[in-house]
Design a protein. Structure first.
Length: 94
């Protein structure tokens, strides 16, 4: 994956092509972890959003490697989760 600096925060970012042929900015480090596909999290659970190498979104909660009902997940963290200047990319409301 080729990287370039984010125009807002300067961190190195890469891009993953989504099924709609748009490019999603991501942090370039591949993350491998365990997770559950859930839409809501309880107190203490960490919400996890990853973009797979094929451009599919994976949303759920992070799980322990000892949790036998979890699945192994790998992908990239969308850069909007880690960018320190995300407000600069939001559309201004009238």
């Amino acid at each position: 994956m080729t990287t370039r600096p984010c125009r807002s925060c300067g961190a190195q970012i890469g891009f993953v092509e989504l099924p709609n042929n748009r490019a999603m900015p991501v942090d370039p480090e591949l993350v491998k972890t365990q997770g559950h596909r859930k839409s809501t999290a309880r107190a203490g659970e960490r919400i996890l959003t990853l973009v797979t190498e094929r451009g599919q979104m994976w949303r759920g909660i992070e799980a322990s490697v000892t949790d036998l009902s979890s699945e192994q997940v790998e992908g990239f963290i969308p850069h909007w989760r880690t960018c320190t200047q995300t407000a600069a990319h939001r559309k201004k409301e009238d």
